[in-house]
Design a protein around this ligand. Structure first.
Ligand code: GLU
Length: 296
């Protein structure tokens, strides 16, 4: 929150300063110094993707709204979480305020189409970087590496310890996701139940309609943290899911810019702070070592 507000205040303070610095009183100068210390350079080359977005005055972001810790709508309907913080960070580095971000729900299956159709400028939504998706869109990042895991009912009544134990069991996941695809291709004896969003899988597990839910460990950890009496994480991750920020294919300038912002946030602690206030706060897990950005 603070980060983006700074960016707004900064631009205004910068202009004021340029106009009347010589006449400013001591107090005003002190105030200005405090603010200008945070000044971001927000000039982008004409015609660049960033300049166009700034010109439009709006950064359109696709995210999840039902995943605690990464993207979850609060009571006011605003999404909160680590992914949301990544989006706010990028906006702030473009000199855009939080009010200038428009969040749109993207579920797993419509992330590529939303980028291809130009409905959003970027997608930050527990979005695994992989070659198949790279044919359609581009990825900045990764900014986190998750792993596919399994969530079961508390007490693990079906004794599910890993994906092999899913044979003959019902397991819920989400259409268009890498974990669903992995079950389909590598564990075909599991009976896959598919929805458009993971909260529906969690409901099904709670009601006893399925034996397990599978997706990335960090998503499942968020559900377990919210209902430890109902759910349990198997805790045996069996894939690598590097999370990227999706952008329309060919927007290399925007991708480079986002990669720069990510790397800077890894260095200056902003990334770890974002983790601590979102996913980390929910699960009690410390911020891990940030991954290396892959400028493919
Ligand atoms: N990271 C995986 C994916 O991108 C699973 C999480 C999700 O569906 O958002 O498909």
């Amino acid at each position: 929150m603070r980060i983006t507000r700074y960016a707004a205040g900064i631009a205004a303070a910068g202009l004021l300063l340029a106009g009347c610095a010589s006449e400013a009183g001591n107090q005003a100068q002190d105030d200005a110094e405090e603010t200008t210390a945070q000044v971001e350079e927000v000039e982008f080359p004409e015609g660049s993707t960033m300049a166009e977005i700034v010109e439009a005055g709006e950064l359109r972001v696709g995210t999840k709204i039902d995943q605690p810790g990464f993207g979850l709508a609060n009571t006011a309907g605003d999404p909160e979480g680590f992914d949301v913080e990544m989006a706010k960070l990028i906006a702030s580095k473009m000199g855009l305020t939080e009010d200038q971000i428009t969040f749109t729900e993207t579920v797993s299956a419509n992330r590529e189409p939303f980028l291809q159709e130009g409905r959003v400028d970027m997608v930050v939504a527990t979005y695994t970087i992989n070659d198949k998706r790279k044919e359609l869109i581009d990825f900045a990042g990764p900014y986190y590496v998750a792993g596919q895991d399994i969530m079961v009912a508390a007490g693990n009544p079906e004794n599910i310890e890993g994906p092999e134990d899913l044979a003959g069991k019902t397991v819920c996941s989400v259409e268009g996701s890498t974990p669903a695809e992995n079950i389909r291709t590598s564990y075909p004896e599991a009976e896959l139940v598919l929805y458009d969003a993971y909260s529906k899988c969690a409901d099904d597990l709670r009601n006893g309609n399925v034996d397990a839910v599978t997706t990335d460990n960090v998503i499942l950890t968020g559900f377990v943290a919210g209902a430890p009496d109902a759910f349990e994480l198997v805790g045996n991750p069996f894939t690598e899911e590097p999370y990227g920020i999706g952008v329309p294919k060919g927007q290399d300038d925007f991708r480079d810019f986002i990669n720069d912002v990510l790397e800077e946030s890894f260095e200056d602690g902003t990334w770890a702070e974002a983790w601590d206030s979102t996913a980390g706060a929910i699960t009690g897990q410390e911020a891990p070592e940030p991954p290396a950005v892959n400028r493919y």
